[in-house]
Design a protein around this ligand. Structure first.
Ligand SMILES: N[C@@H](CCC(=O)N[C@@H](CS)C(=O)NCC(=O)O)C(=O)O
Length: 208
């Protein structure tokens, strides 16, 4: 059984979706970031930067932090969505999510959605970065069905939850035809619908 230490964020949704996709038994342990629970000594033993998500695999007692590393761990353990022959490509698109898509769109959330009016520079910089990412992903998805080629992989599972916050972005997902098509197709997957609502509080995937 896998224990997922979680907050209701795109980074955690990567893992709840992956767990649903591979069909592993899992339980959720909620970490309330607003109460500072991520800084508790016990949690920091498995999360050295005090961040969610983290998993403990109770089959072997191993813990894994960093969502990209968790996806790789679950991909290797299940033998799904991380095919050995495609790993070079999957790793590139996964690392691009971890190093670019998540951090840039995350800052766009901070400046544009949560703190408008506080920094013109921050708002403009990260709006521009988020728009560029939409354009770059759209271009890629005009060439291949999924980010790492013709198969749905952990690179898509890592990236999709960030696009699922498109209503906060004010970029207009609809204008990006290839990205929209990819987004809607993945949004229809049963595991994605279940994994999106991992807290079972009725969270519904935003449509276009
Ligand atoms: N690179 C990390 C980022 C994780 C992350 O930023 N988690 C946020 C929620 S989305 C968090 O736990 N923040 C709490 C804090 O920084 O105090 C990953 O992908 O796992």
């Amino acid at each position: 059984m896998i224990e997922l230490f979680s907050s209701e964020t795109p980074n955690t949704r990567k893992i709840s979706i992956m767990l649903e996709e591979v069909g592993f038994d899992f339980k959720i342990t909620k970490i309330d970031l607003s109460k500072g629970e991520q800084f508790k000594t016990q949690f920091r033993k498995i999360s050295p930067f005090s961040k969610t998500p983290v998993i403990i695999d109770h089959e072997n007692g191993k813990s894994v932090f960093e969502s990209g590393a968790i996806l790789i761990y679950l991909g290797e353990k299940s033998g799904k969505f991380y095919d050995v022959k495609d790993r070079n490509l999957i790793n590139q698109w996964l690392m691009a999510q971890m190093g670019n898509v998540g951090p840039m769109i995350g800052q766009h959330h901070q400046f544009h959605h949560f703190n408008p009016g506080k920094s013109k520079f921050g708002e403009e910089k990260f709006f521009d970065q988020a728009k560029r990412i939409y354009g770059d992903l759209d271009q890629r998805l005009g060439q291949t069905k999924y980010l790492a080629g013709e198969n749905y992989t952990i690179a898509d599972i890592a990236t999709w939850p960030w696009i699922s916050r498109h209503e906060w972005h004010d970029i207009g997902l609809k204008k990006y035809k290839n990205l929209s098509k990819w987004y809607i197709e993945i949004a229809k997957r049963e595991a994605v619908i279940k994994g999106f609502d991992f807290l079972k509080n009725g969270s519904i995937i935003p449509q276009l």
